[in-house]
Structures are given as C-alpha cells and as structure tokens.
Design a protein. Structure first.
Length: 276
C-alpha cells in the first residue's frame, strides 16, 4: 500500500514537470513574421527590374528574430491575366520555421509582345530554292532570342513569280504570341546586280507615329556599269495606314528612267508593324 502511494506521488510529479516543459516550449514559440509592402496597390516596374529591385518594395520582421527583410525571397508567375498583369509572391520564414507569404499584382510598364524581324527584304529570284527561315529572327521584351521557337507557315515551295503570304508566329515565356503575315515576293527581274540595302527590314511603330522612311536606306550594292546613288531611290509608303494597327509594306525602288513608262530595275521592302 505504501509502495502504491509513493508511485502515485512520482507519477504526479512527472506530470507536473512535463507540463512545465511543454508550457515553456509553447511560451518560446514565435509568432509568424509580418510582411509589409511599401506599395498599397499594384507594383509597376520595367521588364528589366531584377529580383533585388522587387525585394526593395517589401520588409519583414517578427518579435523574436527582429528584421528578416534580408531573408525574403520572391517568385514570379510566367503568365499574364487578361489585363497584362501578373502575380509575384514574397515569402519569408523565421527561426521557428514560421512562414509568411504576401502576393502582389505586378505590371511591366514597357512590356511588348514578342517581335519578329526580317533580316532581308523577302524579295527572291524565281526558279531558285531558298529557305525563308534563314531570314527571320525574333526576340521578347527582355531581349531573349526566340528565333528557334518561330513557327513559319507558307504554302508550297514558292519558286515561280508571284506574291506569297508567309505566316510567322512566335510566343514568349509569358504565353503571349505575336503573329504576322508577310508577303514573300518572287520575281524573275534580276535585282542582284543592283541591290538596295536597308539598315533594317522590319520596324515597329506606335499608332499615329510617322517614321522617316528615308533614314532606313543603308546603301546600294551596284554591280552594273551605270552609276546610281541613294538619291535615285524612290520611297513608296502609300500602303501604310499609320492610325490603324496592322502590317504594312514600304517599297524602295530605282527606275531606269522617268515617267509612266519607266521600269523598276531594283526594289527593296521594309515591313512596318503599327501597334496600339
């Protein structure tokens, strides 16, 4: 009987000790960190903004560990919603492995959908094989090369005289797609001996903008016996509707004379993409 009484006292004491230990641990448990953002609404940054710059908008702390701002990490979602905005997530943990998470909406102030560029004028001699894909490149708003992801669709191999539509499409890592239709011109006229070369063969402009198309002329590669200068080049931008988004052509031509009977002896082409 005395033994049972002693055992009961020992068990009771052990229970008290266990409760005290658990209470002490509970009292030392830290509350989750508090994440705060200096921007109330949407965060707006250029596409060049780094993670370090995005982290500059937030801070974190808790009662036990103090300032935890240096431990915050940020992740970005690789897609846009219908308003061309996305979500970034800030997260931080403390010494007790409590985690705090903050989601913020983000807009890139200078984002544009991928851009497709022609590296020549898409005017080809007839009855010769050519690879259209060799003359196209693309990049995204971050300057990443997307050329390998271009989808180029055309009909049968075009080697006879005519104007053929080439569909060019490419998407960026945000899921946004650019698609343009560009005419490939195949001609039996021999422009190889007298070639008008441009600084670039594709340009993107905003609605209402009117570029100086003369400034796109680089030089003339002349293998003929007759002398020509860039002053002989006639610029025809009559197709371009500057106030209407779309894809247009500006033609650069050299004629063998003057008047209505003059023939085109050299031609090059600039593709103009009018954006909103």
């Amino acid at each position: 009987m005395r033994f049972l009484r002693i055992a009961a006292i020992v068990l009771a004491a052990a229970s008290v000790v266990s409760f005290a230990v658990l209470s002490a641990r509970s009292a030392g448990k830290n509350d989750p960190p508090v994440l705060a953002c200096s921007v109330d609404g949407m965060i707006e940054v250029p596409v060049s903004a780094t993670d370090e710059e995005l982290l500059g908008f937030v801070s974190a702390s808790d009662k036990k560990d103090g300032d935890l701002s240096g431990k915050i990490v940020v992740t970005r979602k690789n897609f846009f919603d219908s308003n061309k905005t996305t979500i970034i997530t800030y997260a931080v943990s403390d010494s007790d492995n409590n985690v705090a998470v903050l989601n913020k909406r983000l807009r890139y102030t200078d984002y544009n959908t991928p851009r497709i560029y022609l590296t020549n004028d898409f005017i080809f001699p007839s009855k010769r094989e050519f690879n259209l894909g060799m003359y196209v490149r693309a990049e995204d708003a971050w300057g990443n090369d997307l050329t390998s992801q271009i989808k180029l669709i055309t009909g049968e191999v075009v080697t006879s005289d005519g104007r053929y539509t080439v569909n060019i499409k490419v998407s960026d890592h945000m899921g946004e797609t650019t698609e343009i239709n560009v005419p490939a011109i195949v001609t039996s006229d021999d422009y190889g001996q007298l070639r008008i070369r441009l600084n670039e063969y594709t340009t993107y402009i905003k609605k209402g903008e009117v570029p100086d198309y003369q400034a796109f002329i680089k030089d003339i590669n002349n293998k003929t016996n007759k002398k020509y200068t860039t002053a002989d080049i006639v610029v025809d931008a009559s197709e371009v509707a500057n106030d209407t988004p779309g894809v247009y052509n500006v033609y650069y031509k050299i004629f063998d004379g003057k008047g209505d009977d003059a023939d085109v002896i050299s031609m090059s082409r600039l593709v103009v993409v009018v954006e909103e």
